[in-house]
Write a protein that binds this ligand. Structure first.
Ligand SMILES: Cc1ncc(COP(=O)(O)O)c(C=O)c1O
Length: 374
């Protein structure tokens, strides 16, 4: 068979790639009137100055490459975090940062003998952001899920030692904090205890941290093996622009710089993120609104018999009463409300609901009430 025929081309795809299951993102349907509470987007728009800056930049200069090192953005982020720009790495969304961390610090399993499996291990406290195993497998690394406690709290290093599944020498470990999809928040002390016990790179994925009571950015400045990742997507209403970053030791940043694409962050994204940082009070007001809406939704759903987990994010994980969560997903969809459901236990008992605007939450509650027997 010619390798140029469609079947022949399929045979040329690397076996590792053929076996992979791609990450499944939340749906982005274009249904008029749909209330989208499924991908943790921010219900409020970027600050008006951000929109103005983007509009103004859309001119013939688009023919030029952007700053390859995102220098002004890194300077502003360094100021925000009280560190030097050498501690900041910017990526095409934090997803790119997570992928590059694996590529820089983890060996493909085929490259190491069994006695050095830790060098090829990507481990993560699970449930967590479901992209981690996909990134590990894409790299040919060993993906190692280790369960959180039943209530999604962090195990202590001693508990992890007793459980024997956690590898304290793993090349790279991910902790989603606050946790997604449960919404559970963790204290910096507990995180630091885990980080101290760890030998390899330890990534604290703080995608939702602006909605939480504490953040652990200081740990990345205190411990050279700790990396904190952040995103402009959720709290800063910039999903469309794809900008994320890491706070890390300069050696880590330099390793990531070595392997990234030369222009990994697009120019409009860099600009939008820079202007965002000039208008933090606008966003802080939005965090407060989202947190207030989250607490209202929590109370009201609990009043309707739902078991709602405490959240420090812009979403709630909640177990509906009566019919299974999957059926609720479909019933809500019929009412043009889209939430997220994960098919694997223990998550399949729950729905994950992004905190929308107040009218969106009112519509959700109305739909829930209409499905709830008195
Ligand atoms: C925990 C977590 N980390 C990272 C990301 C990726 O965010 P970004 O849009 O910056 O790639 C997400 C997005 O859903 C997330 O939930």
């Amino acid at each position: 068979m010619s390798s140029k025929s469609p079947k022949g081309i399929a045979r040329l795809v690397r076996p590792l790639v053929r076996r992979l299951h791609a990450y499944v993102p939340g749906e982005q349907p274009k249904v008029p009137g749909l209330i989208k509470l499924n991908t943790n987007e921010n219900p409020y728009p970027p600050a008006p100055a951000v929109l103005r800056a983007i509009r103004k930049a859309v001119d013939p200069r688009l023919r030029l490459y952007p700053d390859p090192a995102a220098t002004p953005l890194r300077q502003k982020l360094a100021q925000l975090h009280n560190c030097s720009p050498a501690h900041i790495f910017v990526g095409n969304g934090s997803d790119e940062v997570l992928a590059l961390l694996i590529r820089a610090f983890v060996e493909p399993a085929a490259a190491v003998p069994a006695s050095r499996r830790s060098r090829a291990t990507v481990q993560y406290l699970w449930p967590c952001y479901s992209l981690y195993p996909v990134l590990a497998q894409t790299h040919g690394a060993l993906a190692r899920p280790v369960p959180l406690r039943k209530d999604f709290d962090l195990p202590t290093p001693d508990e992890l030692r007793r459980g024997r599944r956690w590898d304290f020498k793993a090349a790279l470990s991910f902790i989603t904090t606050p946790n997604a999809p449960s919404g559970r928040g963790y204290t910096t002390d507990t995180l630091e205890e885990l980080c101290r016990a760890q030998d390899g790179i330890t990534v604290l994925d703080e995608a939702y941290v602006d909605f939480a009571e504490a953040n652990a950015a200081e740990l990345a400045l205190r411990h050279p093996h700790v990396v904190v990742t952040r995103t402009f997507s959720k709290a800063y209403s910039l999903c469309f622009q794809r900008v994320g970053y890491a706070i890390a030791h300069p050696e880590v940043v330099s390793a990531l710089d070595t392997i990234r694409d030369s222009y990994n962050v697009n120019g409009l994204g860099q600009l939008a993120a820079e202007v965002t940082l000039d208008h933090l009070p606008y966003y802080q007001r939005n965090f407060a609104r989202i947190i207030a809406s989250r607490e209202r939704l929590h109370r009201e759903l609990a009043g309707l018999g739902w078991r709602v987990l405490p959240s420090q994010t812009n979403f709630l994980l909640a177990e509906p009463p009566g019919p299974p969560a999957r059926e609720w997903l479909e019933r809500l969809r019929e009412k043009l409300i889209l939430v997220r459901w994960f098919p694997t236990p223990p998550l399949n008992r729950y729905l994950r609901i992004t905190i929308g605007s107040d009218p969106e939450i009112d519509a959700l509650l109305k739909a829930v009430r209409s499905q709830t027997k008195p």
